[in-house]
Ligand binder design. Structure first.
Ligand code: ASP
Length: 439
C-alpha cells in the first residue's frame, strides 16, 4: 500500500502544525511520500513565506538591501526548527539563497525556496530522504510541464526509495533554471508523484474537512461532500469553489488514483474522496452548489434568427475579436443571450455592440448587468425526477426572479442566472431545500 501525502501551507505554518503532520504520517505506514508546501499563515493577518519571498526578491531586483526581509524568512524556519528541537542548521542554505538573490536568479527560483527549505526541515524531522524537486520535476523550454520526462525520471528515482520528502510547487527547465507551477501548485506536484509511484491514494491535507456542499461564507456550517467525481469537481471549481489546484486532477485521474481531501486539524474526519466514478449516490441528490457574481447578459434579438445560418457565428466572432470569452449562451427562437464577465466586458462594451450591429445586423440588443450565475451540480440529478422543479420552487418561494436557466445535456448541472443582490439568498434557498430539509 502506497500513499502520497501533500500538506498545505497552513498545515506547516508552525512547529505545532508540523507535530500534527508528524503524527498523521506516523499513524499510517502507507504514507511514504510527502509533499510539503511552504509555511503558510499562522494567524489570519500573517504572511505566507511564499509571499515574503516574492517581496524580498522584488527588493533584491530593485537593488535594495533585502537582508532584513531575508532574516524574517529565516526566522520563520528557525522557529519551526527550534520548536521541533531539530539538529539542523540552515545557515549555508540561506547563504546560497542570498547569493542567488543578488545574482537575480529569478522570481520562480525565489518563490520555490519556500517549499525547498520546508522540504529539508520536513525530511530532517521525519528521517526521510530529501529529494530536490528540481531533479525530478521538469518543464519544457516553452514553460509547459513536461509530463513524459518527469514521469520517467521520477518513477525511476523513487523505485527503490521507501520514504521521501519532495517539495511541492517547482521543478526545472531544460537549462536547469527553477520554474514554479502557478500559485497553489504543490497540489500538482503531489498528483504527479502519486502517478509516478503508482500510489493507491493521493491524500491532500489542508485546513478544511473536505469540499463543502456550499461556500461557508454564504451558507452557515455547510455539510461536507463525502464523495465527488472528477467531473463534478471540475464544474464546481470552475464556478469558484476552490480547495484543490485545478491542474492537480489530471495526473492522478489518468492513472485512476483517487484523491482524499483531509483536514490536518481534524485528522479523524474522513474528508472528501474525489473519484473517477462511483455508484454511491450523493446523499442529497445534489453534490454541491457554487457560483460567481459579476456577469452581464447581452440579449440579442432578430426576427427569423433561427433560420439565418451563420448568425450565431457572426455574433461570437465579435466577442472573439475583442478577446472576450463567454460563459454561457442560452438561446430562444429569435433571441440569443451571451453571458460575459462584467469587468472584462465593460471597457470593450461599445466596441462589441457596434461590432455586433455591423456584422450580424440584429433588430435589438439589450444589456443587463450585475447578474450572478449559480451552478447546482450533482451526478444524482440524472436519476432523480423533479430536481429542477425543486430548485425553482425554492427560488420562487424565496421571491427570487430567475433570469436564465441552462441545463447541460449531461444532466450533471443546472446553471441559474439571478441578480447579484439575490445571489446569497438563492444559494441558501437551494441548500435548504436539498440539504436541510433532508436532515
Ligand atoms: N507556496 C505556494 C503558494 O503559496 C504553492 C503552494 O502552496 O501550493 O502558492
Amino acid at each position: 500500500m502506497k500513499k502520497v501525502v501533500k500538506f498545505g501551507g497552513s498545515s506547516l505554518a508552525s512547529a505545532e502544525q508540523f507535530q500534527k503532520v508528524g503524527s498523521i504520517i506516523r499513524a499510517d505506514e502507507a504514507r511514504r511520500y510527502v509533499i510539503p508546501s511552504a509555511p503558510g499563515k499562522r494567524y489570519s493577518l500573517d504572511t505566507k513565506v511564499t509571499d515574503m519571498l516574492y517581496h524580498c526578491y522584488a527588493a533584491a531586483e530593485r537593488g535594495e538591501d533585502f537582508s532584513e526581509q531575508l532574516m524574517a524568512i529565516r526566522s520563520r524556519y528557525q522557529e519551526i526548527i527550534d520548536g521541533l528541537h531539530l539538529n539542523l542548521d540552515l545557515t549555508s542554505e540561506f547563504e546560497v539563497v542570498e547569493d542567488q538573490f543578488r545574482n537575480q536568479a529569478g522570481k520562480d527560483y525565489a518563490a520555490s525556496r519556500g517549499e525547498y527549505l520546508n522540504g529539508i526541515v520536513m525530511a530532517n524531522y521525519l528521517g526521510f530522504e530529501f529529494i530536490d524537486a528540481a531533479e525530478v520535476i521538469f518543464f519544457k523550454e516553452n514553460g509547459e510541464f513536461d509530463a513524459e520526462k518527469t514521469h520517467k525520471i521520477l518513477s525511476e528515482r523513487l523505485e527503490y526509495v521507501d520514504h521521501a520528502v519532495i517539495p511541492g510547487f517547482y521543478g526545472s527547465l531544460p537549462d536547469g533554471r527553477v520554474k514554479t507551477f502557478s500559485r497553489g501548485g504543490s497540489d500538482i506536484t503531489g498528483s504527479i508523484v502519486a502517478k509516478a509511484v503508482d500510489a493507491n491514494l493521493y491524500e491532500n491535507w489542508t485546513d478544511v474537512s473536505g469540499f463543502l456542499v456550499a461556500d461557508p461564507r454564504i451558507v452557515k456550517h455547510p455539510r461536507v461532500i463525502s464523495t465527488i467525481t472528477y467531473r463534478e469537481l471540475r464544474e464546481l471549481s470552475y464556478m469558484g469553489a476552490t480547495v484543490l489546484h485545478e491542474d492537480a486532477i489530471f495526473p492522478v485521474r489518468e492513472a485512476g488514483i483517487p484523491i482524499n481531501i483531509r483536514n490536518t486539524n481534524a485528522p479523524d474526519d474522513r474528508g472528501t474522496m474525489i473519484v473517477e466514478n462511483t455508484c454511491s449516490k450523493p446523499k442529497y441528490t445534489i453534490t454541491g452548489i457554487a457560483g460567481k457574481k459579476g456577469f452581464v447578459a447581452v440579449n440579442i434579438e432578430k426576427d427569423m434568427m433561427n433560420s439565418e445560418i451563420g448568425f450565431g457565428r457572426k455574433v461570437l466572432q465579435v466577442f472573439e475579436d475583442k478577446g472576450i470569452s463567454f460563459e454561457h449562451m442560452p438561446s430562444g427562437i429569435d433571441t440569443m443571450t451571451i453571458f460575459v464577465h462584467q469587468d472584462e466586458f465593460e471597457e470593450k462594451e461599445q466596441a462589441v455592440l457596434s461590432g455586433i450591429h455591423r456584422l450580424a445586423k440584429p433588430d435589438h440588443i439589450e444589456l443587463e448587468s450585475d447578474l450572478a450565475l449559480i451552478a447546482v451540480v450533482g451526478r444524482g440529478m440524472r436519476s432523480t425526477r423533479g430536481t429542477a422543479g425543486r430548485i425553482f420552487a425554492a427560488l420562487a418561494h424565496a421571491h427570487i426572479n430567475v433570469k436564465m436557466i441552462d441545463q447541460g445535456s449531461s444532466e450533471l448541472n443546472i446553471i441559474i442566472g439571478v441578480k447579484n443582490s439575490d445571489f446569497e439568498t438563492a444559494i441558501n434557498a437551494i441548500y435548504d431545500i436539498f440539504v436541510l430539509s433532508q436532515l
